[in-house]
Design a protein around this ligand. Structure first.
Ligand SMILES: Cc1cc2nc3c(=O)[nH]c(=O)nc-3n(C[C@H](O)[C@H](O)[C@H](O)COP(=O)(O)OP(=O)(O)OC[C@H]3O[C@@H](n4cnc5c(N)ncnc54)[C@H](O)[C@@H]3O)c2cc1C
Length: 487
């Protein structure tokens, strides 16, 4: 058990991780492996945060993340927790589609395919070929994705291919998203080498040399899930942590203790409790982290903390609270295969906003992984909402289903009524790395770095994907272990 307030000051180097999403669980698991006394608190009855796999009448649905990319850090975590045998890899050759001018077109899978795609005009292809001579960012200001991509690769490539791709990851608006925060490598390649093509070739060469010097093989990047869905991952990690994960524990307030360490006010099964820890990792969604920083600012206004610290925490809280998290819904619908005119051989499709279709994209879940639907049925996972359509927050579940169904009828031609399997709504789904994001994050990191034992983890720091969250959590763990070594 954690140390309740009845035994304050017990000597220990305990860490509490707040949040049992993939970020918090990764931190806790790696800290536990390093022999550190760690406890995780989450308000929900199950671990996993936005990972929402549900089994309903023979269907296996994902309302949140559907897949993750097989990076080195993800695969090593999967291996360490003993999930190798549960891993599913999607067929990397499966076509992806873009709905454009009333038709589904195969998305080009490599630079060569860009020349032959019907998605771009001859003028747009010429603009691509001329990329090495594209104008540079004149004054080095922070550009939106739309600004950067239009300048280097052309407006058509932006509208038809890049914007839908970004909306498939962030459900965001490329006119507001920061190129530097979302694609820092591409900005670096331009700055360092004067162009993307030239920079990319040099970068690949340098990476290959580095891998060879370190004796590492290249990790194949494919989309993955687990036989029983993504929730397998957090459930397994939490299982490895055993009684160290405390569910149904809502942290209401966090204080920095004058003598060091933290006090947390926790509502646990309806009763208020106080918990103390020496160190604290905030692995909550950014708007909740902002609230905790605001609470901390109050406790930091008293002795012995310098007066300016409370002000800096209040500002950091305001900055983090200003990060937009638009609403998003995952609508899982099923049809009998015989009612679907399309063969659905592929990953699914994305839709440029210029097409006037409300649906953001559709994943052909039962084509991607086995056992997602009973025999004879097909399962489609659809996303609607995001930064360009926040109005979905006021739609009822029935209206969401109708909107998705209408768009699918237009695109895939199903006229039969679908079976509604699950509808997942997120009022605050994915943090938007909009212009100014880096400055906001740097300021929050600076404030937090001044309190010994306080750390941040989560999807607003260095990438929103499951793989990025795991990588970022590993960085936080490194920071903690390094502080241990030096303290
Ligand atoms: C709809 C959707 C689709 C996505 N699709 C993909 C995809 O296909 N591939 C991909 O790689 N990524 C995808 N992502 C992104 C990725 O899933 C998330 O960025 C990642 O899972 C976030 O994990 P996290 O641990 O940082 O946060 P969360 O999962 O949000 O976990 C935070 C936890 O903190 C807990 N918490 C918050 N406040 C408190 C409190 N006061 N007290 C106690 N507990 C608290 C919450 O209950 C929650 O469990 C998707 C995200 C969404 C929303």
């Amino acid at each position: 058990m954690m140390t309740p307030s009845s035994s304050p000051g017990a000597p220990s180097r305990k860490i509490i991780v707040l949040g049992a999403g993939i970020s918090g669980l990764t931190c806790a698991y790696r800290l536990h492996q390093a022999g550190i006394d760690v406890e995780v608190l989450d308000r929900e009855a199950a671990p996993g945060g936005v990972m929402q796999t549900r089994a309903v009448d023979g269907f296996l649905t994902e309302g949140g993340p559907n897949s993750f990319q097989s990076g080195e850090e993800v695969l090593s975590l999967i291996h360490d927790v003993g999930l190798d045998g549960e891993l599913l890899e999607a067929d990397a050759q499966m076509p992806r589609y873009i709905y454009f001018r009333g038709q589904l077109h195969r998305a080009p899978m490599g630079p060569g395919a860009l020349i032959f795609t019907k998605l771009l005009s001859a003028g747009a292809k010429l603009k691509l070929v001329r990329e090495p001579w594209a104008p540079s960012n004149p004054d080095g200001h922070e550009e939106s994705i739309r600004e950067f991509v239009t300048r280097r690769l052309g407006g058509e490539l932006h509208d038809v291919m890049l914007a839908p791709l970004v909306s498939g990851i962030y459900a965001g608006d490329t006119a507001k998203l920061s190129m530097q925060s979302v694609f820092p490598l591409l900005v670096e390649l331009e700055t360092k080498y004067g162009g993307l093509l030239k920079g990319f070739m040099r970068h690949m060469k340098a990476e290959r040399k580095k891998r060879e010097a370190e004796g590492r093989a290249k990790t194949r990047r494919t989309l993955c899930s687990f036989k029983n869905g993504l929730k397998t991952f957090p459930v397994k990690i939490a299982g490895q942590l055993g009684g160290r994960v405390h569910l149904n524990c809502e942290v209401r307030a966090v204080r920095a203790n004058p003598g060091g360490g933290f006090t947390l006010e926790v509502q646990e099964n309806g009763a208020m409790q106080e918990y103390r820890s020496d160190r604290l990792v905030l692995a909550t969604p950014v708007f909740e982290t902002a609230e905790h920083l605001k609470n901390l600012a109050v406790s930091l206004s008293a002795h012995p903390w310098p007066k300016t610290l409370s002000v800096e925490f209040t500002q950091a809280a305001t900055d983090l609270a200003s990060i937009e998290l638009p609403p998003l819904a995952g609508v899982c619908l099923a049809w009998k295969k015989s009612d679907v005119p399309h063969n659905l051989n592929g990953f699914g499709f994305l839709i440029p906003r210029t097409e006037g279709i409300r649906l953001l994209g559709c994943i052909w879940s039962s084509s991607l992984y086995p056992h997602r639907a009973p025999d004879g049925w097909t399962l489609l996972t659809n996303f609607i909402g995001g930064a360009t359509d926040p109005e979905i927050i006021s739609l009822s579940e029935g209206q969401l289903v109708d909107a998705v169904r209408n768009d699918l009828q237009t695109i895939l031609g199903m006229s039969a009524a679908p079976r509604v399997v699950t509808v997942n709504r997120y009022d605050h789904a994915i943090p938007q790395y909009n212009l100014g994001h880096k400055a906001r994050i740097d300021a929050a990191r600076h404030a937090v770095g001044q309190i010994p034992g306080l750390y941040l983890a989560g999807n607003y720091l260095s990438g929103v994907s499951v793989g990025d969250c795991i990588k970022q959590a590993h960085e936080t763990v490194k920071q903690i272990l390094s502080a241990d070594e030096h303290g």
